[in-house]
Design a protein around this ligand. Sequence first.
Ligand SMILES: CC(C)(COP(=O)(O)OP(=O)(O)OC[C@H]1O[C@@H](n2cnc3c(N)ncnc32)[C@H](O)[C@@H]1OP(=O)(O)O)[C@@H](O)C(=O)NCCC(=O)NCCS
Length: 186
Amino acid sequence: MTPDDEIVGESPRLRRLCLGDVDEVASFVADPEQMRFYPRPKSRNDAAAWLAWNLALYEQHGFGTWYLESVPDGAFVGYCGLRPLLLDGQQEVELAWHVKKTHWNQGLATEAALTSMRLGFDRFGLSRLVAIIPPCNQASQRVAEKLGSRNRGPGKLPAPYADDPIDLWGQTRDEWLGRQPARARR
Ligand SMILES: CC(C)(COP(=O)(O)OP(=O)(O)OC[C@H]1O[C@@H](n2cnc3c(N)ncnc32)[C@H](O)[C@@H]1OP(=O)(O)O)[C@@H](O)C(=O)NCCC(=O)NCCS
C-alpha cells in the first residue's frame, strides 16, 4: 500500500499532496523560523510551483513529497518523502522531512521518514537514499541517526546552492535490510 492509493503510516499519516493544500503549505514555508535551514522563506508562488512539481513526481515515479496528517485530527503537520536529486553529477533519491514547529520533538519526522524509507526500499526498489543536512542542523542529524543513517561526509548541491555547506547522510537498501528482523527479510 502506498500514498498513491490511500493514506499510509500510523502517526503521522502520509497522503499525496494536492493543489488544494497551497494555503497550508504557503503559510508553512513563509515562516522564517520554519525555514531557518533553507536558503530563504518561500512565496505563495514558490509553494504552488513546489506542489505542481510533486504532482509531476507522483506521475513519473510514483513517489514524491507527501503531506503529513496528524492523528487523530488530520491537521497538516509538515511534509516528508522521496525526490530525485542530481548530486555531484550523480542521480540520487533524497529522503526529506520538514515538520511544523508546533509539533517538533514528538517523533513525527522520524516516524514519517521511516514510513517513506520503507516505501522507498520495499515498494519502489531504490538501492539507496540520501539526506542533505547542514552541519549546524542538530535536530535533523538526530533524525537521521534514529533512522540508522550515517554521515557520509560533505556534499555539493547543484547551482545556485553549490556553496551551501551540507553533509550527505544516508543508507543503502542492504544496510536497511540488514537491520530488519529475520522474519521480515524472507
Ligand atoms: C528537523 C525536524 C524535521 C525534526 O522534526 P521532529 O518531528 O521534531 O523530529 P523527531 O521528534 O522525530 O526527532 C527530533 C530529535 O532531535 C532532537 N533535537 C531537537 N533539537 C535538537 C538540538 N538543537 N540539538 C540536538 N538534538 C535536538 C530531539 O531531542 C529528538 O531526538 P530524541 O528523540 O533522541 O530526543 C524539525 O525540527 C524541522 O522541521 N526543522 C526545521 C526544518 C528542517 O530542519 N528540515 C530538515 C532540513 S535537513
